[in-house]
Structures are given as structure tokens and as C-alpha cells.
Design a protein around this ligand. Structure first.
Ligand code: UD1
Length: 419
């Protein structure tokens, strides 16, 4: 199994280019099921989850041309697609369940594996399913599969999500684009990645309008248009590089981003004393002599993202005082803490709150990654630890970060992938 070897203590400086967002690419790819017209999607991040979604679409019959060099995908659904999404493609990637809405809306039937278990919490899909039932679907769970049918098609209606869910919002937005009549969605997630999906859907001819911050009006359509779309940048990757630079006292230009859509993250980093110069398409992070402690609560957008919680925790081990993180989105997202403790971090957990003691020296160690963002946290810790750190099970990291070791190496890190 591949692992990363990191020798800590090198400054992360220079320039890094942020890739397209995985969390935007996945729902956009799933939504192409709706249309038989050609779609072109650009700024695709070369990460494992995207490859898995491409495999899933190919297995159900989409014609896909993936130009990796240009980071561009062309999709053309020439024939009727299969309506069966098998377990082996959903066991590693929850977002596979996003094919349920479009398949059901288009063909009136779908059999989609329940997504695999996940280290960060139970992560059910009940909100997705209840909303589809409200739109007229009959749903059964059998042998690990969601078996859904809507013989007369899905019917537009008013749905108020009981809880803010990124995936459920996306699944139902996509389904509503092909449902009969009007759908009103209330209490939606409006992460930049959800907004990017909506922009794409509008380009292919869907009638969608944001009405207020968390509500959407959608009118089902019958015909779509060919379209081209460039995926929004990955704000979590950008945040990870901010931490890498700040931890190592570097000066880093982070390119291909729009700081305006990551204000919560940037404000928190500034509160910690980081100097961040904001320009239209890039930011420059430079080190501050003292990193200040801070208290953070993760929340749905526009709050501080749960996906950056593990990474900022590493920076907190270097702060001047005690910091806290309250994890409000997932119930078990502190899996990285035992590994950080093995490096010497002093972190206490009480319920969903972690208390992180600053001014701590991290020592290199052999570590095991447990999930995607936890892996990034361990790599960051390795960058600032004494001596050598080995991070095992980096297949988690490869699910969502495009060649992170190459990008870090270019910025001065001593890091190597061992095969
Ligand atoms: C997406 C992101 C993930 C991010 C998360 C929260 C993608 C591919 N993944 O995941 O990186 O960490 O948003 O920002 O975009 N829930 C239910 N029932 C449901 C659905 C969700 O109880 O049917 C719960 C979840 O267990 C969790 C919370 O709602 O506690 C938020 O989850 P959700 O926003 O749905 O996350 P994902 O879409 O899976």
C-alpha cells in the first residue's frame, strides 16, 4: 500500500495552483444523466472520487471522453442508460448516491446501492429518500440497495429539508429539474459547490431560481441544451495550503481561487494572526510571528467548513494558548486526534468539542490515515514535525487531493510517495 514519507521542518513557500472542486465535480457529473445533449466540464480535479464517478457513469452507459491533460470531460448519453448502480462503485464514495435522483427522474426506476459506511459518522441518506417519496417515488431498501420507482414520473412539490444536507439538496435539485411541474425547496444547503451545480444546470436549460438564501424554485423541463462549464475551485484544498504555509513560516501564493467564497475560512485564519493578502484570483499567505489561539464551530456554509476542521487543528497546536473546535456537522470527526497525540499533541475531547493546547512540539511518527480530511491533517503535521513522518493508507488522501505531494514538493516540502 502506498504511503507518504515526510521530513519536517521545510518552509512551504512559492506558488501553488488550486485544482477544481471535487465536491462540485461529483454532483455536476451525476446531473449529466438528465440530458442527452453533449456537455463539456472543465477544471476537473484529477482525484480518485472523480475517477469513481466516471466509472459509475460509464458502467450505466454514458459515453465519456476524459482528457486528463486538459482536465476536461465530454459526456454524451447516446443511448438509454442502465438504472442500476452497483455496490462496488458506491462502497468507497458516498456521492455515488447522487445518481439516484436523476435516474429516477429520467426513467421512473432506479436501483442504487446504499453508500458504504464511513469513518466520520453514520451518514444516512434518509433526507434524500424522504424528499423523493414526497415527489411521488415508492422506495424500498432491500439487500443493501435502494429500490425506487415512480411509474408516472416524479411530481414537483414543496419540500422543507429537516436538516441542512449538501448531498440531499443536490440530489433533489437534480431530480426536480425533470419532475413534472414546480418544486419549491426550503432549508437548502448553499455551499459554493451547490451553487456551482445550479449554475451548470441552468446552462443545460434547467429552470432554477434562488429565492432567498436557502430556498429554490425549480420548474421541471423536458428538453436540455448542450453546454460547457468550468468547475469552481476547491476551497478546502486552498485552506489546506494556507495551513501548510502558516505552519512552516512560509510565504505562499495560492492561485486560481476566489477568496470571496471562502470568507469564513480566511477570517478564522486572520483571527489566528496570519497575514493574508487578497487579490482577485489569488491570495498570498505570509507568516506571523505569533499564531493566536481561536475557538471554532463547524457549520454549514457560510460557516466554517467541517472539511477544514482537521487541518486547522494542526495549526492550533502551534498557537499561543488553548484553542477549541466544536464539530457540529458530523458526530465522529475527531479520528485524527489519536494520531496527532502520538506525535505529542495535547488535545482533550469532551463530547463534540476538542480542546487543543498550543505551543507544542510535534514529533515525527508513523501514522495511519482514517478518512480524507484526516489524511491531510496528518500530512500537515508531518510538515512541521521533527524528523521523519510516514503516513499510511493515503488512498484516502488520493480520493480528494490532486497530487498533493507533488504540489507540496514544488513549494519546498521534503515529501515522497513510497510505493
Ligand atoms: C458533503 C461533502 C462533504 C462535507 C459535507 C458537509 C460532497 C461529495 N461531500 O457530504 O465533503 O463534509 O457535505 O459539508 O459534497 N444527514 C442525514 N441524513 C441524510 C443526509 C445527511 O442525517 O439523508 C446528516 C449527515 O449524517 C451529516 C449532516 O447531515 O451529519 C450533513 O451531511 P451532508 O451535508 O449531507 O454531507 P454530504 O452531502 O454527505
Amino acid at each position: 500500500m502506498e504511503k507518504l514519507k515526510i521530513t519536517g521542518g521545510k518552509k512551504i513557500s512559492g506558488t501553488v495552483e488550486v485544482s477544481g472542486s471535487k465536491n462540485s465535480t461529483l454532483p455536476i457529473l451525476a446531473s449529466t444523466i438528465l440530458t442527452n445533449k453533449k456537455t463539456v466540464i472543465k477544471n476537473i480535479p484529477l482525484v480518485r472520487d472523480v475517477k469513481t464517478m466516471i466509472d459509475l457513469l460509464s458502467v450505466i452507459g454514458s459515453s465519456i471522453k476524459f482528457n486528463k491533460k486538459e482536465k476536461k470531460i465530454e459526456i454524451f448519453n447516446k443511448k438509454k442508460l442502465k438504472t442500476f448502480a452497483p455496490y462496488y462503485l458506491l462502497k468507497t464514495m458516498r456521492a455515488g448516491v447522487l445518481v439516484l435522483g436523476p435516474l429516477l427522474a429520467k426513467y421512473g426506476v432506479a436501483k442504487v446501492s446504499l453508500p458504504g459506511g464511513c469513518a466520520i459518522g453514520t451518514r444516512p441518506v434518509d433526507i434524500h429518500l424522504k424528499a423523493l417519496e414526497k415527489m411521488g417515488a415508492k422506495i424500498k431498501i432491500k439487500n443493501g440497495y435502494i429500490i425506487a420507482s415512480a411509474k408516472k414520473g416524479l411530481i414537483g412539490c414543496k419540500i422543507k429539508f429537516p436538516k441542512i444536507s449538501v448531498g440531499a439538496t443536490e440530489n433533489i435539485i437534480i431530480a426536480a429539474c425533470l419532475a413534472k411541474g414546480k418544486t419549491k425547496l426550503i432549508n437548502c444547503a448553499y455551499e459554493p459547490e451547490v451553487k456551482d451545480l445550479v449554475e451548470f444546470l441552468k446552462k443545460i436549460g434547467c429552470k432554477i431560481k434562488w429565492v432567498g438564501l436557502r430556498s429554490l424554485d425549480i420548474e421541471g423541463v423536458k428538453k436540455f441544451k448542450a453546454a460547457s462549464h468550468e468547475v469552481v475551485f476547491d476551497r478546502i484544498e486552498a485552506g489546506t495550503f494556507i495551513v501548510a504555509s502558516a505552519l512552516t513560516n512560509g510565504k505562499l501564493k495560492i492561485k486560481n481561487i476566489n477568496h470571496k467564497i471562502m470568507s469564513a475560512e480566511i477570517n478564522s485564519f486572520k483571527e489566528m494572526g496570519l497575514k493574508i493578502l487578497k487579490k482577485r484570483k489569488y491570495i498570498v499567505v505570509s507568516h506571523s510571528k505569533k499564531i493566536k489561539s481561536i475557538n471554532i464551530s463547524t457549520k454549514p456554509y457560510p460557516g466554517f467548513p467541517t472539511d477544514l476542521q482537521a487541518q486547522i487543528m494542526v495549526l492550533m497546536t502551534k498557537a499561543n494558548g488553548v484553542s477549541t473546535i466544536k464539530e457540529n456537522v458530523f458526530e465522529n470527526r475527531f479520528m485524527h486526534i489519536p494520531e496527532l497525540r502520538r506525535m505529542g499533541a495535547e488535545i482533550e475531547i469532551k463530547g463534540n468539542t476538542a480542546k487543543i493546547f498550543g505551543n507544542v512540539k510535534l514529533n515525527g511518527a508513523e501514522l495511519t490515515a482514517t478518512d480524507l480530511r484526516a489524511s491531510a491533517c496528518l500530512v500537515l503535521a508531518g510538515l512541521v514535525a521533527t524528523k521523519k513522518t510516514i503516513v499510511h493508507r493515503i488512498y484516502h488522501l488520493d480520493r480528494g487531493y490532486e497530487e498533493i505531494e507533488k504540489k507540496l514538493f514544488k513549494c519546498g516540502a521534503k515529501i515522497k510517495r513510497l510505493r
